[in-house]
Design a binder for this molecule. Structure first.
Ligand SMILES: [Zn+2]
Length: 86
């Protein structure tokens, strides 16, 4: 599965909500259905609003050097989800 197929799948899988709605429901992630500035249609983290795909890409490129423990766990969970989607 490539990213564009994953993007289409994301539209089917995730209900669209706003960050404040997701926070009110206690969700860790939300999905706007909109494309991020780097072209991903992906869930975003409620805690920081960052696109999950962007974060994964940044980690893969070793650009994001400092990650707190909670954030690192979210990233690990997301990587696991992506791996399981294949
Ligand atoms: Zn992105």
């Amino acid at each position: 599965m490539n990213w564009s197929e994953a993007n289409k799948l994301a539209l089917d899988l995730f209900p669209v909500s706003t960050r404040s709605e997701a926070r009110a429901k206690g969700h860790k992630k939300y999905f706007t259905g909109k494309i991020c500035k780097h072209g991903h249609i992906s869930q975003r983290y409620v805690s920081n609003g960052i696109c999950c795909n962007c974060l994964l890409t940044r980690l893969r490129n070793n650009v994001l050097i400092r990650v707190d423990k909670q954030h690192a766990q979210q990233v690990k969970d997301y990587v696991k989800e992506v791996i399981e989607m294949k």
